[in-house]
Design a protein around this ligand. Structure first.
Ligand code: CAA
Length: 379
């Protein structure tokens, strides 16, 4: 077993770190405050190859492994988790889903533009009444011969407004339950597609999260992904990888808060000495460092398993559960270490604390991860 990163991995980590510090840090507080979509930042991320890292170079991607993706996600998330969720959804849900399960025509039509970041995509599974209970899809896609007629509403869709392409999960045969679910690639400009207002969120405020309404949308048959009835498995398999991305995002949010706390604790004085010299603070830092290391190892294990063709559903869920829970705890502690300064925006940690919360919710809540983990260990 070797815990050392390769030179190539270190290079990716360093360039993501430098990029985040120089391009994402300026204006991050204002973008959060104003719910401003990071248009120019995402364009630069696309130029850096961060939007299609694992896609094959023949489709315009970086051809990198999941370890590289995790390392980059952590560095981007330390600074701007809104940018990293946009990156994560595009990489691990949309690009991966199409590359893995799409047919030749779908890959040729969509993948190059998505992998190069010319356009971005969104993953539309959640509904007003189907979040955790994902088999209860109310959106329908009725087979009309040459096309499916899509009707329904999707909720809390990351990249809802900024995406040009949606992966939409819908019920095609209610009698068949989850076996009657399909996944479709839907162009945003198809007649009948409309987008709700940008949600006013607690965290990741500059990413755009919207509902999307489909009213008699004609989806060509050729846009269905996989065999008839494959849609639920498509969603589950895609989310398995997505959860590694969100675990890395949570890890980055936590390590960003930790690094700020470490610095602050060495500068700030109280009772005649730097606060890190008080055990109350140094023990907090020790716990944070330990938990971050554990989380990173879980992420890298899941990524390594994915890269080596080993089932990663369990390790991905463990990584997501652990990193999300620790991100919430660590960012809260970071605010505590910063005291009154932590409660104001200039010091970044309050934003990281708000951003951490969503990692316990999206791509499967912590409770859903426990279902996946317990089923896996008990089967
Ligand atoms: N891989 C392949 N197949 C899977 C699977 C997996 N990981 N998980 C389940 N399945 C299959 C099962 O084998 C079963 O098929 P068979 O009957 O043929 O065996 C079928 O799917 C149904 O599975 P279950 O009976 O286990 O279904 P369930 O109703 O008990 O729920 C669940 C399973 C794990 C709770 C699932 O509903 C789930 O993951 N829910 C959370 C959904 C989620 O993560 N939503 C996130 C939204 S996307 C998002 O957040 C993106 C964003 O914008 C950031």
């Amino acid at each position: 077993m070797n815990f050392t990163l390769s030179n190539e991995h270190k290079l990716i980590q360093d360039s993501a770190r430098e990029f985040a510090q120089s391009e994402l840090l300026p204006g991050v507080i204002e973008r959060d405050e104003n719910k401003e979509f990071p248009t120019s930042q995402i364009k630069k991320m696309a130029e850096m190859g961060f939007l299609g890292m694992m896609v094959s170079p023949k489709f315009g991607g970086g051809g990198m492994d999941t370890i590289s993706y995790i390392l980059a996600m952590e560095e981007i998330s330390k600074v701007d988790a809104s940018c990293s969720v946009i990156m994560s959804v595009n990489n691990s849900l949309v690009c991966w889903g199409i590359e893995k399960y799409g047919n030749k025509h779908q890959k040729e039509k969509y993948l190059h533009d998505l992998a190069t970041g010319k356009i971005i995509g969104a993953f539309c599974l959640s509904e007003p009444e189907a979040g955790s209970d994902a088999t209860s899809q109310k959106t329908t896609a009725i087979d009309k011969g040459d096309y499916y007629l899509l009707n329904g509403t999707k909720n809390w869709i990351t990249n809802g407004n900024s995406a040009s392409v949606y992966l939409v999960i819908a019920q095609t045969d209610i009698e068949k339950g989850h076996k009657g679910i399909n996944a479709f690639i839907v162009d945003k400009n198809t007649p009948g597609v409309s987008i709700g207002p940008k949600e006013n969120k607690l965290g990741i405020r500059s990413s755009d999260t919207t509902s999307i309404m489909f009213s008699d949308v004609k989806v060509p048959k050729e846009n269905r992904i996989g065999e008839d009835g494959f849609g639920f498995k498509f969603a589950m398999k895609t989310l398995e990888g997505g959860r590694i991305g969100i675990a890395a995002q949570a890890l980055g949010i936590a390590s960003g808060a930790y690094e700020l706390s470490l610095k602050y604790a060495q500068e700030r004085k109280a009772f005649g000495k730097e606060i890190y010299k008080h055990q109350a603070i140094s023990f907090k830092l020790a716990d944070m460092a330990t938990e971050i290391d554990c989380g990173r190892l879980l992420c890298l294990k899941a990524g390594w398993q994915k890269d080596n063709g080993i089932d990663y559903a369990l390790s991905g869920s463990m990584a997501k559960l652990y990193c999300a829970e620790k991100a919430m705890r660590i960012t809260t502690e970071a605010v505590q270490i910063h005291g009154g300064y932590g409660f104001v925006k200039e010091y970044h940690v309050e934003r990281l604390m708000r951003d951490a919360k969503i990692t316990q919710i999206y791509e499967g809540t912590s409770e859903i991860q426990k279902i996946v983990i317990s089923r896996s260990i008990l089967k």
